[in-house]
Design a binder for this molecule. Structure first.
Ligand code: HDE
Length: 698
């Protein structure tokens, strides 16, 4: 098989253009002598038609936009590579899963689903997690989400689902939100959505970052090995940093203060060298075990509990390069679940079957014709040889007389490869043509209850708050009632709690689906906890203690964290002993919502100054309300007393850590304090504060 010698990056670089130091030209390559004025009949006269430079420039501008994706319009991409840990030859013949020494280039696009391209990152929504593997056998696209199941079971319902959740047609309100009548009308009329709604209203709907998200192929695929033996398979991405989320109040505020929070996070992390890393896992079920489970393994509204079907970790992906150009790469990348390589095949999952039509179709309108595979970001790293010709924007100049097969002339006609070519798995299919749902798909609530049972008490509270927000925004009271009745099928107490917040009667009948099991793996409280790359604000003013700050900051950096100094004004500050420090962000630019934790060093003058600033008090209270770790040393401990944190302050010469509030007094050596603070930061959120105030619901 002919494989290009060049890497994906080399291939892309052939198409990149650097304009620095060059002379301006038209698109025809003609040099331009003057570009700031159009050609006019007299300096105050009308513009002339013959001004080809003006017309070309304006025409190009007028045509700059392409249709945004009908779903997943807002996205952000990065380049990386994938490597398998050990050969998977026993399970699949896919070449990129055989040799651990091979690095396969990848491109990932993360996205929200509902909002338009210019919407904000922190919508409560499912996140897309689409990966293109540029393998030596052609492109494999794993077009997944950050939630392992989906709203509906059959692709034919997708337009209905999307119409219901998108802004309402009469007003185009609300943007990037499910919190409106039509979505909840659809949900309460379509019981199969109940399970997915539970996941979206859980913390997973508002990830901390793309780097803290799991990814799932959702649909059931097949692995097929060289002997033709197949197994059902589900794909997983597990973030090395663990799965973590924001809280809703924080997300809403971020959408105003930094609508690009997620894309900025990924961009900055890659630029810093904190590459995003995910392990790749598969769950496999033998063909003969297809009917062994109490759910249908082809039903995309069901996940395969990891406790019953373990996830085998088989490789890892590292995202280590930002794009050169958002439009050329991230906007023009075209994913399709039908882009598979030998060794990976489909199942009869009816959602997947419909997707296999939709993605190719959608690229035709979005990218303007059938040649989108020639756009640099979409090109495979292997050469393409076939008799497909022409169409809008054809780039390839195919040589030869023959563009059909079979032929006698034998002029440049590519031939099938019976040895390495893709062979579809020969599943025996036999059935009447019917429009009906399999009976085995009709249990809509058991796994929704299983998910609910698997949540911690704190997670449950947040799901209920999410219902109060989402359904509380529904104007039609009958729809609100119907939602309560629907979720009564999942859990009676859940439904009762939902009802309380949205002003409708609790359900009349006892609820629940009878399921008592749980699946601990679905709770993100059982994830990896890792302080690395978390972002810490350091609040300072003139007269801070430089030694404390340095010791703590060095320890945080040592643990892989990122810090920013925050003050009233940007510019230089002086410490008690005259050392200089630059303030990175002033109060207008930033806020506690942009950080994972706060630290305030001592120094009487600095602390006195901070105490007088309402902004600082708000900063600390808000971080506290969002369950974030807060550290204060020496004089700064006093500052906390004037905030909501006050009740947790113990005066101690040993570092104390109460519900993520870490303090120390009379200390010069900050090492034990730093260790406690890092521990508190690794824990991410301190949900035990919920019990403390009862009122800090966010
Ligand atoms: Fe998609 N989906 N989808 N989807 N989807 C699209 O294709 C569709 C579904 C997913 O970053 C569209 O190129 C149907 C499940 C991602 O470019 C479109 C159905 C999952 C992305 C489409 C589904 C996904 C898309 C719009 C129901 C998780 C963004 C633009 C049967 C496994 C890819 C485009 C990117 C995008 C159709 C359901 C993931 C219209 C018909 C389930 C991550 O073709």
């Amino acid at each position: 098989m002919a494989v290009d010698k060049e890497s994906k990056n080399q291939q892309l670089s052939k198409f990149t253009a650097d304009h620095k130091g060059r002379k301006l030209t038209t698109n025809q390559g003609v040099r331009v002598s003057h570009t700031d004025d159009s050609l006019k009949a007299g300096s105050r006269g009308p513009t002339l038609m013959e001004d080809f430079h003006f017309r070309e420039k304006m025409t190009h501008f007028d045509h700059e936009r392409i249709p945004e994706r009908v779903v997943h319009a807002r996205g952000f991409g990065a380049h990386g590579f994938f490597e398998v840990y050990e050969s998977m030859a026993e399970y699949t013949r896919a070449k990129f899963l055989q040799d651990p020494s091979v690095k396969t280039p990848t491109f990932v696009r993360f996205s929200t689903v509902v909002g338009s391209r210019g919407s904000f990152d922190l919508a409560r929504d499912v996140r897309g997690f689409a990966t293109k593997f540029y393998t030596e056998e052609g492109n494999f696209d794993l077009v997944g989400n950050n939630i392992p199941i989906f709203f509906i079971q059959d692709a034919i319902k997708f337009p209905d689902l999307v119409h219901a959740i998108k802004p309402e047609p009469k007003s185009e309100v609300p943007q990037a939100a499910a919190a409106h009548d039509t979505f909840w009308d659809f949900v309460s009329s379509t019981p199969e959505t109940a399970h997915m709604v539970m996941w979206v209203l859980s913390d997973r709907g508002i990830p901390r970052s793309f780097r803290h998200m799991e990814g799932f192929g959702v649909n059931t695929f097949r692995f097929v090995n060289a002997r033709g033996k197949a197994r059902f398979v589900k794909f997983h991405w597990k973030p090395k940093l663990g799965t973590h989320s924001l809280v809703w109040d924080e997300a809403q505020k971020l959408n105003g203060k930094d609508p690009d929070f997620h894309r900025r996070d990924l961009w900055d992390a890659i630029e810093r060298g904190d590459y995003a890393e995910y392990e790749f896992g598969v769950q496999m079920i033998e063909e003969e075990d297809e009917f062994k489970y109490d759910f249908d393994i082809l039903d995309p509204t069901k996940f395969w509990p990891e406790e019953k079907i373990p996830v085998k970790i088989i490789g890892r992906m590292v995202l280590n390069r930002n794009v050169d150009n958002f439009f050329a790469e991230t906007e023009q990348v075209a994913f399709h679940p039908g882009h598979v390589v030998p060794g990976i095949d489909f199942s009869n999952d009816p959602l997947l079957q419909g997707r296999l039509f939709s993605y190719l179709d959608t690229q035709l309108i979005r990218l303007g014709g059938p040649n989108f595979a020639e756009i640099p970001i979409n090109r495979p790293v292997v050469r393409v040889h076939n008799n497909q010709r022409d169409g809008y924007h054809r780039m390839t100049i195919d040589r030869g007389q023959v563009a059909y097969s079979p032929n006698y002339l034998q002029n440049n006609d590519p031939q099938p490869d019976t040895e390495h070519g893709y062979v579809h798995y020969q599943e025996k299919v036999d059935g009447r043509k019917v429009r009906e749902r399999s009976e085995s798909f009709k249990d809509f609530y058991s796994q929704a209850t299983l998910f609910w049972n698997s949540m911690s008490e704190a997670e449950k509270k947040r799901i209920i708050s999410a219902f109060h927000f989402e359904v509380g925004n529904v104007m039609d009271k009958e729809v609100r009632k119907r939602v309560v009745e629907t979720f009564n099928n999942v859990d009676g107490e859940l439904a009762r709690q939902i009802a309380i917040g949205i002003g409708v009667e609790p359900p009349s009948s006892p609820g629940g689906s009878g399921v008592t099991d749980s699946s601990p793996a679905v709770s993100i409280e059982n994830t990896v906890f890792e302080a690395k790359t978390r972002k810490v604000a350091i609040l300072v003013e003139n007269g801070f203690d430089a030694s404390e700050l340095k010791q703590v900051r060095d320890a945080l950096h040592e643990a892989g964290m990122v810090t920013e100094t925050v003050g009233k004004n940007q510019g230089m500050l002086a410490s008690t002993d005259g050392q200089e420090l630059e303030v990175d962000k002033n109060h207008f630019v930033t806020g506690s919502i942009k950080y994972d934790a706060v630290y305030i060093p001592g120094g009487q003058e600095s602390v006195d100054n901070l105490m007088k600033q309402g902004y600082v008090i708000h900063f600390i209270n808000e971080a506290f309300k969002h369950y974030k770790p807060i550290g204060a040393s020496n004089e700064a401990v006093e500052l906390l007393r004037g905030t909501q944190v006050g009740s947790l302050i113990r005066t101690s010469d040993e570092p104390s850590n109460d519900m993520g509030v870490v303090t120390i007094q009379n200390a010069r050596d900050m090492s034990s304090f730093s260790r406690e603070l890092i521990k508190a930061i690794a824990a991410h959120r301190h949900w035990d504060r919920m019990e403390l105030t009862g009122k800090i619901s966010a």
